[in-house]
Design a protein around this ligand. Sequence first.
Ligand SMILES: [Zn+2]
Ligand SMILES: [Zn+2]
Length: 823
Amino acid sequence: METFRDGTTRKRRCLPSLSKHLKDYPRPVRTSCRHGGKGGPFFMMRYSLPCLLLVTAAVNPAAQVNLVRNGNPQAVIVVPATTQSDDLSSAIRDLQVYIQKMSGAQLPAVYELPANRPAIVLRLGAKGLSEVGYRLRTESNHLLIEGATEAGVVNGIYGLLEDHLGIHWYIPGELGEYVPRRKNITLGAIDEKREPAIPSVTGFGGYQADPPKGAEWRRRNRLAGFIPYMHYHNWEGLIPSSERQSHPEWFALIDGERKWQLCTTHPDVIRIATQRVLEYFERNPQAKTFSLSPNDYGKFCQCERCRALDRELGVDPFAPGGQFTDRLMVFFNQIAEQVAQRYPDKILCFYAYLTHTEPPLKVKPHPNLMPVICHTPWEFCHAHAITADCAPSKRYRQILLRWRELCPHVGIYDYYGHWQWFGQWPLVHTLKIDIPFYAKAGIEHLHSETHDDWWTQPLNIFAAVKLAWNPNTDTDALIRDFCKHLFAESAEPVYRYFTLYEDLMANMPLEAKNHEDWWVYPSAEAMDKGRKLLEEAFRKARSEAVKQRVRKLQLGHHIYTIQWQAATARRASNVMRAWEADVRLIQAVQELQSSGQRDIIDMWLALRESQERGAEAQAYVNLLANAGYTTTEERERALREAETRGTDFARQLGCITEWQVVGPFPCQPGELSRPDIPVEAVNPSQRFPAPQGEVTWQKVRTDHPFGVVNLREVLSAGNGVSEYAASWVKIPAEPVSLRNGSNDGAADWLDGRMVLSADVPRGLLLDEDRVSVAGVSGKWHLLLVKVIDYGGKHWNMAVRFTDRAGRPLSVPVRTEPPDENRR
Ligand SMILES: [Zn+2]
Ligand SMILES: [Zn+2]
């Protein structure tokens, strides 16, 4: 019998070799949360209350703890005799420093509780709490901060500072914090026990510009002590690709080649992978999880044995919409079964991602396997919440619930920051639904990619962390407080600024497909309105701090606007406008970097993402400007005409559009300068031996407006090969500039003499290599260009001549050797 996805059971033909893979593990039984509650299957607790306990009973109504009176300390802080973690020492220091910032009074830290003195007492080893949970309670004139562990006490300290004293750390750095001022601080009766609704929350608040500041932000926002679940792409860690030389059969056979992914049915692979996991837990006894996630490469093995398994399972992962999950479960189950014999409680995580997002159709996952579902912006929807009726959200919801029915442990990998997008990415309207949904569904781990876009997307990170602790958080109140606390007199326009984009995204049509639709969604009016709201906020700002904060938002909006301009121009196929925006973007990012404003956007990512595109765009803009198209309008017109003028346009830019091409020849890095053919003379009728048989010269003419020759198309080959392109040119006697762009590296010979060489893997960038050359008046010179392909999507080249000032130079070109060169 087999349980099908709809819950029905029916008799199936049992294949003997398959029974192993299709057996049902004991039904996962999970307690309603990690920290208590009755055990029960998932469907019983799907709609139960999240794991947040508010204990209000047994409060002594007379209790009152005077911490500060008239700016003078009244209480002491009683700290544990020994402090093991830096987090706890730092939290105790924050407790003193922030109460002092608030009131001017510094509470002394002591080890012994003095008689008759109000005190904040930190207490370890409390019962009935998780490793990160805490309890705050008043007892006569004491406030007890109790935790089972130091991390629990740390979270409790910040619970006191934030929830009861009103201090907030919205964004790393002093400008991002809010400290109310009070001469008197008195705590009334408190008795509350707090546990995060999601037991493990990690990944938030990274801060490349200043990693310790990121760690500080996480600690202050109660993310101390959460178990990091290991789920990164890790097949490289199971069997490194360096083994591919000696054991190609361990690696996936993909389109005839052994690639960077494992063959999961090879017995050695299963044995070695299991061994790696066991070794890891032996070396790291404290570790609770290990990652079995495939390498970040969507393709899997096509070998006969793997395909036979697919057939046995009756699941074709190569069919349209097919998924590899069942096949992967067979592999993972074999590892999990063996690991469980020695380590019954260790969890093996893997990404449910792209080609293996869907739960298995046939194979039951071992209960120690934990899918970490990747809520990618490119596969799912972030404009609408998980409960929405748009197709991607429906699919996400079904996938999550099905995985949850199959597996006692399920995690989510989310994208509350987007690595390509530094502008507005307003997700609070979805987080406030998604995170409570995760909590109710019993998701035990939430990891989110967030980036350092602190002053463009601050609310995603802050709100998500608050919701993961307390799914009932009122996010609108949170946004209002954020505006009121950081922007005071300018709060109102800043609130309207944030909600302008949040509302726009929330109201995107259900058929909006993906994140890129959001990039072009705001109208020019909406962008302008955002700018004006921030100008209004700046005008209203009175204090220097508020002015600085608004300025940071304005800088973020400036970057956002340029990114939006590039995206909308690209969507409208206005290439020139897109290029010009790309150039402005890289300039703006570099300006931010050099001005030291590194907390507006994720500088590291922004540079990485915009540099290549910016350089490419700059090359095209310069090229057209040097060709006499000096204004944007002229360049736009030129590009429109370029489409139809093709070769003619390329020749006007000085590009060589006709070549004799021969290849491919095998070529590895470092072999670019090695000639496979005579470079001093070319005879187009000559043939050359090559591994695939004889190769001959072929005449090629490109009609690409920038003279790009698509070598992949011409030679139907690529990856680890090279070709030679030859033309005869007449060059003037005064020096001119010979310019190459190629993917990947290229070497040029002029009459047999090497004049240029760049042995690097790269994308094509026009004019990237330049060399000054001079000819003999009236003579035909042989120009030979060798281009190597290291792999990747493209293999191409573009070559042209300009004068020394960069103005295009049309030189006479021929593809047959002139009589004087003929041998
Ligand atoms: Zn295979
Ligand atoms: Zn949607």
